[in-house]
Structures are given as C-alpha cells and as structure tokens.
Design a protein around this ligand. Structure first.
Ligand code: ADP
Ligand code: MG
Length: 731
C-alpha cells in the first residue's frame, strides 16, 4: 500500500470510528450499536466479515451476538462452549490481540465448524473488558476469507473499537442498575404511601423553632384546610381558644427541653366544627444534640373522645341513675302493693257476698228470738204477770247484742286493712271466726273445731281470716246436701325426709286445716285448683281466685298449702305455717293456764237443742254459742234424730219434754242415750208434771221454764261436768 493509500485508509478508519463513537455514546439500543461496530470494523479492514462474540465466563458459554458477512443462522444464534482448543479460549488466555494470518496453518487452536463453513482463512481480534471489574465481556473480531497479514494499525483500529464497546457496555450496565434502583425506589415509595394512608396518624414536620414545615396532603383532604393555613404558626388559627394556653405551654416545654410533645386538642375543620385530635411530635437531634427538626403526627380521636366523655358522663350520673331507678322500683312496688291490697279487699268482699245468704238467715233467727221475747213480754203484761218479764227483756237484749256483734264482725272483716304480718295464735283466729262460719253454713252443715295448743305463727291476721273463710265457703259449696266441716289446728315437726317430700324446710310447724266430706275433686280439678281464675262454679258463684290467693298468702308467710281430696269422699286443705317461737313460751303457758283453770265457758262442746218454741230455742242457741259451745238445733224429735246421726260428736242433749209429733223429749233422750250412753241430757220443761220430771231425772237434769240465762248456763255447765266425772269414773 502506498503511503497516500495508507493515509487514505487510516483517514477512512478514523471517520468510521468517529461515527461509531457518536453512536456508542448516545445510542439507546446495545444490539444496534454492536451491529454498527461489526459493520464499521469489517468496512475499515476491507473484509466485510466481522463479529462480536459475547462471553459468559462463569457459565463457560459464548454466543455470536452480532456480526456482518456471515451465512444465515450464525449471528444471534450460534452458541459455543468456552473450552480449550477453541480460538476464544486461546485469545482469552494470551490476554492480548490475536492475529491468525492463515488459519489453515494454525496449530494454536481449531476453528469452529461455522467458521469453516464460512471459509474463514485469517482473522484479528481484541478482547473487550468491562471497565468496572476488568472481566472479559466478549471478543471483537474481523475475519478474512483469504489469508492476510493484519498490521499493528489494524490492531489499534480494533482496540479503539473495543474500548468504545466496553464503554458502551458500562453505560448500559449503569443505566440498567439505575433503572432498577429507580423501580425499587418507586416500589418502596408506593409501599410507604400506602402505609401512611392506612395509618390514621397524619405526619407533619416542624423546624427547630417549632414552625410547621410540612404536613401530609391527607391533612388538607381531611380537614378541608389549605396546606398553607397549617404551615408555620398557622395552626393557631384553627385551634380551639380554650386549648391554646395548654398547647402553647406544652409546645414551649418540649421545644426547650427537646422532649416529646403529646397533647389532645380541639381543632376546627373548615366546616366550622371542632373535633378532638391527638398531636404528637419528637425531635430529631444531630450528633451534637442540637434539634434539627420535629417529626410529628396528628390523629383524629373524636370517636374515642366522645366515647370517653359519655363513659365519664355515665359514671358521673351513675349515682343519680341508681337513685332514680330505686325510686322507680319503689314506686312500682307501691303500685303493686296497692293493686294487691285492692285484690285482697275484693276477695274479702266476695267472701262476704257469699256469706250474705247465711247471714240473712241468721239475722232472721235473731230477730225471731227478739220478737219472741217481746211477744212473751207482751203476753205476760197483758196477763198482768209482769214480775218475770225482766228475763225476757234480758233474753231479747242478748239477741240484740249477738246481732250487733255479728254486724260488728262483718264490718271489721270488710274494712280495708294493710298487710301486717304479726305473731298470732291461730286458735284465736279460728275461734273468732267459728261463730260466723257456723252461722253461715246453713242448717245442713255441721261445723266442728278441733283445736290443739299449737303456739303462734307469724302472718297477717286479716289474710288468715280471709283464707279460712274462703276455704269454708269452698267446703260449703262442695257439700250441697249438707255434711261436716272441720276446722283443725295441729302442731307438727317436719323432719329432713318429710321436708324433702313436701318441699318444706324441716322444723316445727303449725298446721291449720279445713276438712269437708263433700263432693271432693277429680284429678283434673285437683291439678288446676290453685290456678288463678280456675273455677268449676257457675258465673256469679265463683271467681276461681280463692285458692290461688290462699296459695300466695301461705307462700308469703313462709308456709305451704296442700290439698288432699278424694272424689265423693271429701277434701282437706292443709295450710302449714312455720311455728313462731318468739312468743312461744307465753302462748304455751297461756294455753296451759286456760286448760287447768276451771272455766265457766264452754270449749266447743256439741249441744243439740230441741224445742218447738223457736224463740226460746234460738235464745238458748245464742246463749250457748256465746259461751263457747257448739249448739245445734232441732224443732222436733224426728229432725233431732236426723241431726244426731250426722254429728259424730254430741256431748249434751237439751230438749223440751213436750214435743210435737209421736216422740216426746223423754223418748227422744232414751233413744239417743241408747245409741251413745255417754250422752248427757238436760230437759227443759214448762210443765210442772212430776212424773215427767222424775223420769227425766233418771236420764239427766231438769230445768223448768222459765229460766234465766244464768240458770241455763249453770245447768249446762254442771250437766257437762257430771258427764265428765262419770266418764272419769268409768275409766
Ligand atoms: P272458686 O271457689 O271461686 O271456684 P277457688 O280457687 O276457691 O275458686 O276454687 C277453685 C276450684 O277448686 C273450685 O271451683 C272447685 O272446683 C275446687 N274446690 C275448691 N275447694 C274445694 C272443696 N273443698 N271440695 C271440692 N272442690 C273444691
Ligand atoms: Mg272459693
């Protein structure tokens, strides 16, 4: 080559390099750059055959990444193993550019088949090293299809290429790394943002002097305030005036002492509404301990504040609430008590209503006896026998007193009285009621009292009377055809086992029972008898409240109530009350005294009075009842014998001797005494018939009419006493 040709050649090479250099610096596509490099180098050395083999030395693999002049299937596709014997292995091992002037003569390495296929006869190459770590990236090579001696200048030309390619690789490495870092940064920013958004605390910063320098965009969205309004000292504008002194004081303390700041304040939204916020900040200090800035958060705590406030209110008002509720409960209790009292009263009135039939009858008797007495007085006056009329006057007065006593009792019973449990002697209550019950049961029902000394119980007397009366009425209703009603008191101890059976606490009890021999109850009625409003009676005759009221009453008094009933045989209702031992001693003593002292009163002895003179008979019955006896009356012997059969206890027969009908008083006494020899007899007679009197004396005592009330009671007492003595003697 001539020197001018050489010069031209070099100039051409420099031009090619310069063009490539520009592309290498700004080109955005590495493959395009490598392709341009191959093209330029092939052109520069006049072979138009060149390639760039990229090396992955770790994997010991190579591939023909770029090239010009090659048959198809080589560039971009040919992969080669990096192993001894290959031209590349050799090139990397010698660490300088390699020239093969004639590959046919080579013994340093063997060509690859694709090189042979492309008739490669000579080549020159340079290794491209990565600038940052000097690792070989690839081999840049110009091939020739004819043997050729490459010059030093050719090698330099390629070296210039190699360094440009290396720089290019570095540029792409750095851009890739940057891009990757950027992507990572963006991702982490995204995450941070999400975390901040999820966090109810909105971040802000302030400078060392406490002027706000930034606040998260969410604050503006949330409060509706412009960011600028918040910056610097702007926050003071929308802080609640009442909270200002506190927040300023706290902030000054924190600024001065560089300690964390934490307050709860009211801030105003642009809606004008104040809400509660928690504002916190802590200082960021430099190495010298000087404050750089403050990191803070602001958090809406209005929900929490509201909750706390209502809790506080609730606590503050608790006492008021409790007393209000207590007042309400007391009020309700009062209303309930009033309603109960009304119900009790209506129950009583119902019982009284049920009694009126009987009372009317009884009143009639009393009136009859009064008018009989008056008539007798009239007769005596008319006959001029005024000496005796005082007795009739007394008898009439007694009846008047009886009637007054009866109305008094009724009125007392009907009077509305408050529930007042106190210690009472049930015997007294029963005895007090006995008279009224007896009078109202009608003539076909025999009333018996069987009272033992039982001690006291604690309950409301009125209620107990009400219960007894209701039970008596139930019994009367059950004995439509007559029968016996027994009121009984008993003392009994409930032991552990019976207590369990009867569902009662073990201990001493007083049992008050009412027994009848009426129709009894069927299983079905028995099961429902205590149900309120359960009744088997016709409308107007029963409300179905009696037993349920009594049930409630016994429960209230700490007791129990039980029914024993057999269909067509009878019923006993038993009320159990715990014995009240408070007055037990007194009571028992009283009972004992009462028993030992000779009493001029009766003790429930059953006396049958037979007289056809209604006035006298009734006066006698009145008197006897008054004195504590249990008198029954009959108008003649036939009805007396019927009564006698019904009564399973008759202590004394008082009979007129002259009676209407076939059987006179003497015969009656004989017949009855034959049936029950212990029966004591007292004859009352208006006739001075000596015979009758003598015969009468063999059977009992004889009292002549007219007699005084005192005389009658003396005779009755002594008649009964003589019987007692007689039976005593017999034992
Ligand atoms: P009332 O008497 O108004 O019907 P009670 O509650 O007093 O209501 O009685 C309920 C029912 O129990 C009565 O209707 C009756 O069927 C039955 N009963 C109550 N006591 C007796 C009794 N001594 N003998 C038979 N049945 C009775
Ligand atoms: Mg009833």
């Amino acid at each position: 080559m001539t020197s001018s040709a050489t010069e031209r050649h070099l100039l051409c090479q420099r031009r090619i390099l310069a063009e490539f250099g520009e592309q290498a610096v700004i080109g955005a596509d590495l493959d395009a750059i490598l392709q341009a490099a191959c093209k330029g180098a092939g052109e520069g050395l006049g072979t138009h055959l060149a390639k760039f083999i990229q090396i992955d030395s770790e994997k010991r693999q190579m591939w023909v990444r770029s090239g010009v002049g090659w048959t198809s299937g080589v560039v971009g596709q040919e992969t080669l193993d990096l192993e001894p014997g290959t031209p590349e292995w050799y090139s990397l091992s010698v660490e300088h550019p390699v020239i093969s002037q004639s590959t046919a003569l080579e013994n340093r390495f063997t060509l690859h088949p694709f090189q042979l296929d492309n008739r490669v006869a000579a080549f020159v190459n340079v290794t491209v090293y990565a600038p940052h770590d000097q690792r070989p990236i690839g081999i840049f090579e110009v091939d020739s299809r004819t043997p050729r001696a490459f010059t030093e200048s050719d090698v330099d030309f390629l070296r210039s290429y190699a360094s440009l390619i290396a720089a290019c690789f570095e540029r792409f490495r750095i851009t890739d790394a940057l891009r990757e870092a950027e992507a990572k940064l963006r991702e982490s920013e995204r995450r941070l943002r999400r975390a901040v958004e999820l966090n109810p605390q909105i971040p802000w910063t302030a400078d060392a002097n406490g002027a706000v320098t930034s606040i998260d965009a969410r604050w503006a969205e949330f409060s509706g305030l412009e960011r600028e309004q918040t910056m610097g000292q702007g926050w003071r504008e929308f802080t609640h005036p009442d909270d200002m002194p506190m927040i300023i004081k706290q902030w000054s303390v924190s600024l001065a002492s560089l300690t964390p700041f934490d307050v709860q304040v009211r801030l105003q939204k642009n809606t004008g509404k104040y809400d509660w916020y928690q504002v916190r900040a802590y200082p960021e200090l430099d190495e010298a301990g000087h404050c750089q800035q403050w990191y803070g958060t602001v958090e809406d705590i209005s929900d929490r504040a509201r909750l706390e406030a209502s809790l506080r209110d609730w606590n503050d008002n608790l006492e008021a609430r409790i007393s209000e509720r207590t007042r309400q409960l007391q009020e309700e209790q009062r209303e309930r008590e009033a309603a109960e009292a009304k119900l009790r009263q209506s129950q009583k009135m119902e019982a009284v209503g049920q009694l009126t039939g009987g009372i009317a009858h009884d009143f009639n008797n009393l009136l009859g006896s009064i008018s009989a007495s008056l008539e007798l007085m009239q007769m005596r006056i008319a006959a001029g026998r005024v000496a005796d009329i005082g007795k009739y006057q007394t008898l009439a007065l007694t009846s008047v007193k009886r009637a007054a006593a009866l109305t008094g009792r009724l009125l007392a019973f009907s009077r509305q009285q408050p529930l007042d449990p106190k210690v009472v002697d049930p015997n007294e209550v029963v005895a007090g009621l006995e008279d009224m019950i007896r009078r109202t049961m009608g003539p076909d029902v025999v009333v018996r009292c069987d009272l033992a000394s039982v001690g006291c119980i604690s309950c409301d007397t009125n209620q107990l009377e009400n219960a007894l009366l209701n039970l008596a009425i139930n019994a009367r209703d059950a004995m439509a055809a007559g029968g016996t009603l027994t009121l009984r008191t008993q003392r009994l101890d409930i032991d552990e086992r019976t207590g369990k059976d009867k569902e009662m606490q073990p201990g001493p009890y007083v049992l008050i029972s009412v027994t009848d021999d009426g129709c009894g109850m069927s299983e079905d009625v028995l099961r429902r008898a205590f149900d309120p409003f359960f009744t088997t009676k016709k409308p107007g005759q029963g409300t179905g409240l009696g037993l349920s009221m009594i049930y409630g009453f016994t429960q209230q008094s700490g007791g129990q109530i039980r029914i024993h009933s057999t269909l067509n045989v009878g019923t006993t209702i038993s009320m159990y009350f715990p014995l009240d031992t408070r007055n037990a001693d007194n009571t028992l003593e009283a009972v004992a005294n009462a028993a030992s002292l000779p009493s001029d009163r009766g003790n429930g002895e059953v006396i049958l009075v037979v007289d056809d003179e209604t006035g006298l008979r009734e006066i006698a019955v009145e008197l006897l009842t008054d004195q504590g006896y249990a008198p029954y009356e009959a108008i003649d012997s036939a009805s007396a014998m019927k009564q006698f059969e019904k009564l399973d206890r008759v202590d004394l027969l008082i009979t007129d001797i002259g009676l209407p009908g076939a059987i006179n008083g003497l015969a009656l006494a004989k017949t009855l005494k034959a049936q029950r020899p212990q029966l004591k007899v007292l004859f009352i007679t208006g006739y001075a018939n000596a015979e009758g009197i003598t015969e009468g004396l063999s059977l009992g005592k004889v009292l002549s009419k007219p007699f005084s009330v005192t005389e009658l009671s003396d005779y009755v007492r002594s008649a009964l006493a003589s019987e007692a003595a007689e039976s005593e003697n017999r034992r």
